[in-house]
Structures are given as C-alpha cells and as structure tokens.
Design a protein. Sequence first.
Length: 174
Amino acid sequence: MQPYMKATGPRRSGPQRRPGLTRPRLGIVAYGPVQHHTPLYQLLTKRDNVQLKIPFLSDNGHSLTFDLEFGLSVAWDIDLLSGYEHQFLSTIGSPTGRLSSIRALNRWITHHDAVVVNGYNSPWMLLCRLRGIPYLLRASSHPRGLSPGVGRVLRRVCARGSLRQCWRPRHGAS
C-alpha cells in the first residue's frame, strides 16, 4: 500500500526565505480558541513563513462558560493560547456588540495580506471583499448546505460568488 503523499528530496531544517523579502501577514478570524486549531497556529508561528495573527470573536472555551447542551459550565483544561499571537474581540466578562466587533475587524483586516475566514456565510468575507483583501475560505460543510427551497438557492448563489473571489495561491492551484 502506497502512502497518500510521499516526501521527496532533502528536508528543510527551518524557514528559508530569500533576503529582502518580508513574510506575508496572515490573519485567521476564529470564533474562539479550539483544541484542534491550536497546534496549527503554533506550527505556522514556529515555521516563521508568515506573520500570523488571530482575532478570537469570543473567549468562549477559554473562559468558563455554561454549555446549554451539556447543562454545565465548561472550559478547556489545556493551554490553547501559547505559541502564537492572538487577541479577544469580546469576552464573556465584558461582551461587545456585533457592530463593535465589525468595526474592530474592519480595522484589523486592513493590516493583513490575506485572511482566512470560516464558513460560506461569514460576514468577514464581505469585509475582505469590500477592502480588497484576499481571503481563504475554510469550511467544513458543502455550499449547498441543508437549507430547503429558496434558502438553498440563495446559499448556493452566494457561495458560488464568494468562491470565485477567494484568493488562489499561485503555485499550481486553479
């Protein structure tokens, strides 16, 4: 059985950048700290190929929060914040309104070369488009979704338009 991907050539020992080139400023808009995203953020920071910054829309998961589905207060018992640059736009102790978050992200987005947004209906995608900032779409669902009727058609049209505007790396991606 052959592996899915096979490494070829010598392994690089660390970041190798051409002299005089600056690292791209990459921002990742995230809802809150999550245990399966933290290792990626730490690795991207450690590799030092990009200047990574993460604005968390909430500290939900980092701070103790009441989870309605579990019926109890929960918080991660592992360190989710070390090893990468981040900030909280809103906290459970001092929540900010949607408009304040939009204003803060609007200022934040303009300081990045590319931004990763989550989901087909992310309002941050619209901010990137309005500001002319390339964005990468990360989604774990299909653009058609589960919406019936008109909602399904609208979602598909919006997703198609959004996907056409996504930034595509110049390294053989189509």
